[in-house]
Design a protein around this ligand. Sequence first.
Ligand code: MG
Length: 291
Amino acid sequence: MASDFDIKDSAEFSRIVPADAKVEKLADGLKFTEGPAWYQGRLIFSDIPASRLYEWTKAEGLKVIREQSNNANGNSVDRAGRLITCEHGSRRVTRTEADGAITVLADSFDGKRLNSPNDLVEKSDGTIWFTDPPYGLPWPDFKGKEQTGHFVFRLDPRDKSLAIVAHDLDMPNGLCFSPDEKQLYIADSGKPHHVRVFDVKPDSSLANGRVFCVIQPGGPDGMRVDADGRLYSTAGDGVHIFSPTGQLIGKILVPQTPANCCFGGEDGKTLFMTCRTGLYSIQLNTQAPAR
Ligand code: MG
C-alpha cells in the first residue's frame, strides 16, 4: 500500500520492503508503549505510564506479563536469553532470571542514583550499554536528579561496574551497534534531533562521534540495525530507514508516532513498532544481525 511509505531510493527500498507489505495494527488502547523485544517466541513491550510489561502473540493477542514494572521502558534480551530492562520509576537496570527473579544490575553511579535508564543493548562480550536521560523525572526541572549529566554507560554485569562511554549528548535515548560492533549509534532526542555514530575502540571506549543523520519530523527514539547494517530509526511520522552511510532510503509511515521498534516473528523478519497507544508491525525482507 503506497500510502504506508515515503520512498527515497526505490531500488534499495524494494529490497527491504516486499511489494505487498503493509503496516498492521496489532493492539491499541494502551497508554504509552515502548521497549519492544523478541523474547521466548513472543513480542514483549512496556507500557511506561501503566507500569506494565505486555506480551503479544499472533495466537493469543495481548497479555499482561508483569504488573508493577516500575515504569519499565527499554527492553532487550541478552545472549543467555534473559530479559534486561530499563526501569524509570526505580531508576535502575534489571535482569529477569530464568526463574523469574529480578536482579538489579545498576541503580547508581559514583554514589548517586541514576536519572532514569531509557534504553539498552548487549554487546557480544556480555557488557550492557544503556542511556540515562532524565525523562522519567518530573518535567521540566527534573527534581530529584542526582547525576551531573545525561550519560551513556557501559555496564559489566559480572561485577556490576559502570563506566561512562559518552557524556556530550543532550538526551541520549535509543542505541544499537552495527553488525560488526565496530560502531555504536546513539539517538539524541533532545535539542539536536539527530543520530550520532561513534567508533567502538578495542578497549570498548568510544571515539570520533559524528552526526550520522538528522531526523525530521520529530526526533529519534528507539533504533535497530538489520543484518546488512541499515539503521531503522523511529521518527515523528514513522520509522526511517538509512543506509550504512547515512542516506535515507525511505520511511515506513505509521498512524501513531513510534517510540521504538525491533525485529522478531517466526522468521525474524517482522518489524514491530511501539507507537504511543498502539502496537504495529510490518513484514520485511530483512532481519536483525545474527548473534
Ligand atoms: Mg527511548
